[in-house]
Write a protein that binds this ligand. Structure first.
Ligand code: GLN
Length: 302
């Protein structure tokens, strides 16, 4: 009979041959998900023989991983900013770098204020949900162009008990004027502007798309990864909409790709965004850019 340790050793060898990164970790995480235990609990049951039915389920998961399907899609969930989120092939897998984006926003929050937030390209809802959970007074509008993604995000909001604070909307920021987003008004009929606009948009240049990891190219939604252009399409569009969507003295926060900060600083400046600063990620890559839409002195004069 095969024990936990036998299975882990065999699977690790198999994944190594298939050139799966971190083969042992992958073998352990998949087995832990079959046995519904913590990865480290496996270490206490190395000698335990496993029933054939568990081995069968494990084999199926191993086969999927060997095709480079991301571990997170196979397991079906991911930890993000201390919460659990469901993920599937319709949404980008939340990355640890995006936690820095959330943190940088939370670092600027005045707890006594009400914040209106717009999250562009919400995907699994990771950003919208973690902000809704950590800001006491908040109304979030989270948009995406995919109904399937919105369904996942809604489920995640429910799972984390923040559904009342977030409105999910199918809207395309690249077609803002025709979108449901552009029609949102307050009780006086004035168009809503947001105190915080946040986005982790698709920023990979189309020419570089095929060089990404197999897991991404073969499994993650293509439109969530690349803008099919030079990688700056969303930064340009969102920045050019600043006057329409960012409240006076409101802020914009972007996650950005490696070496994109120089160009994006220019884009923001061209659109009168001030107080621009850049935050690095754990590997020293400029990863977050933020700026403010400062009220112009003449804005109340005609
Ligand atoms: N907002 C989601 C995230 O940050 C999805 C982003 C996207 O699909 N580009 O992970």
């Amino acid at each position: 009979m095969l024990t936990v340790l036998d299975l882990l050793n065999k699977t690790t060898d198999y994944f190594s041959k298939k050139k799966i990164e971190s083969p042992r970790l992958n073998a352990e995480l998949l087995l832990a998900s079959v046995l519904e235990c913590k990865r480290l609990d496996l270490y206490l049951s190395f000698d335990k023989p496993l029933p054939e039915k568990d081995i069968e389920v494990y084999r199926e998961l191993i086969k999927r991983r060997a095709t480079f399907e991301p571990l997170q899609y196979i397991i079906g969930n991911v930890d993000f900013f201390g919460i659990q989120l469901k993920v599937n092939k319709h949404v980008l897998i939340p990355r640890p770098e995006t936690e820095i984006l959330v943190e940088s926003i939370l670092g600027e929050i005045d707890k006594s204020k009400l914040y209106r937030i717009l999250d562009i390209g919400t995907g699994s809802g990771n950003i919208a949900i973690s902000l809704a959970l950590n800001i006491p007074n908040v109304e979030v509008i989270a948009i995406d162009i995919s109904d399937e993604a919105i369904n996942v995000a809604k489920e995640n909001a429910e799972m984390n008990s923040v559904s009342e604070k977030i409105t999910f909307l199918n809207s395309d920021i690249l077609a803002f004027e025709d979108s449901a987003l552009s029609r949102i008004s307050d009780s006086n009929g004035s168009k809503i502007k947001y105190d915080i606009v946040v986005s982790n948009p698709p920023y990979v240049r189309f020419e570089e798309y095929n060089e990404l990891q197999k897991e991404i190219v073969a499994f993650e939604p293509q439109f969530a990864v690349t803008d099919f252009g030079d990688g700056y399409k969303f930064y340009r569009t969102i920045s050019s909409l600043a006057d329409k969507i960012i409240a006076e003295n409101g802020k914009v926060f972007f996650e950005i790709g490696k070496d994109q900060h120089i160009e994006i600083i220019e884009i923001l400046k061209e659109n009168s965004i001030k107080n621009i600063s850049v935050i690095k990620d754990y590997s020293g890559i400029s990863r977050i850019i933020k700026g403010e839409r400062i009220a112009s002195i003449n804005s109340t004069c005609n």
